[in-house]
Design a binder for this molecule. Structure first.
Ligand SMILES: [Zn+2]
Length: 268
């Protein structure tokens, strides 16, 4: 089998096939060394260099066909979240986000020609009309509304049964983050909030969100859900919370931080 030449600038190879990572069966995900990867002789569609924030270099390789090698399997990153450390979660997420973006920009949205890698930037360009496509992120605002020792959690129709989380929604064109926050809170539970405070952010590669999380205090109004996107929302005491997202997600961290504030307080 012929293996297409690949621009390898690192000894850390991250093979991806359709939003999944190639791993050794029953092991946690790790990048392959170049020699281990080469031995598999897998045909690829393309490769791309990834540079991490601390400077390390990796090579994303997108596999052409589903590999059926004994001792290897494809896994989703979600299934690895509870076991991977934050460095490997972020590295795998980065690779998956780039692969998702490239797979969805194979053709120019302007003239329909196939796109190619940009010569100098992390971008795809159209050789016909010169349009340039940069990696796409979908920023999403999340807010945990608090009212004394209670917080507001909502059940989204897409959640598993019994699961509740903070309010969240996508930033729309023309909106500042704070405007999105107020709009989403009104749309989803019809409340007004005040004293907004930044909590933190997290890339969420399912497939390409950037979660930007806040806390806010209840201002005024009565909870009113739309019954379509949000089917229930309630004030919950910090010691009597329903099922909430795991601590690997920023929603889980946001809720946990609220609970800990009171738990610490009540211990003294
Ligand atoms: Zn074009």
């Amino acid at each position: 089998m012929s293996v297409p030449t690949m621009n390898v600038t690192s000894n850390s190879i991250i093979p991806v096939f359709e939003k999944q990572l190639l791993v050794r069966a029953a092991q946690d995900w790790r990048p392959f060394s170049y020699s281990d990867w080469e031995q598999l002789e897998i045909e690829i569609s393309y490769s791309q260099t990834l540079i991490c924030i601390e400077g390390s270099e990796h090579t994303l390789v997108v596999i052409k066909e589903e590999p059926r090698h004994t001792g290897f399997e494809l896994v989703g990153l979600r299934d690895q979240l509870q076991t991977l450390d934050s460095y490997h979660t972020s590295l795998a997420g980065k690779a998956l986000q780039y692969a998702f973006w490239r797979d969805n920009h194979r053709f120019c949205g302007n003239c329909g020609s196939p796109t190619v890698s940009h010569a100098t930037e992390i971008a795809l360009e159209c050789p016909n009309c010169e349009a340039i496509y940069y990696p796409r992120l979908n920023p999403c605002v999340m807010v945990l509304i608090t009212r004394g020792d209670h917080c507001l959690l909502a059940h989204n129709a897409a959640f598993r049964e019994g699961m509740y989380s903070a309010i969240a929604g996508y930033i729309e064109p023309g909106e500042a983050i704070e405007q999105t926050l107020h709009r989403e809170v009104i749309e989803e539970v019809n409340l007004k909030v005040k004293n907004i405070q930044y909590f933190g952010s997290q890339p969420w590669p399912f497939p390409s969100q950037l979660m930007i999380a806040y806390t806010a205090e209840y201002g005024s109004g009565e909870i009113q859900v739309d019954g379509v996107e949000i089917t229930d929302a309630q004030w919950f005491h910090y010691s009597e919370l329903p099922k909430t997202p795991s601590i690997e997600s920023i929603s889980g961290k946001l809720i946990r931080a609220f609970v800990e504030k009171f738990e610490t307080h009540s211990q003294h």
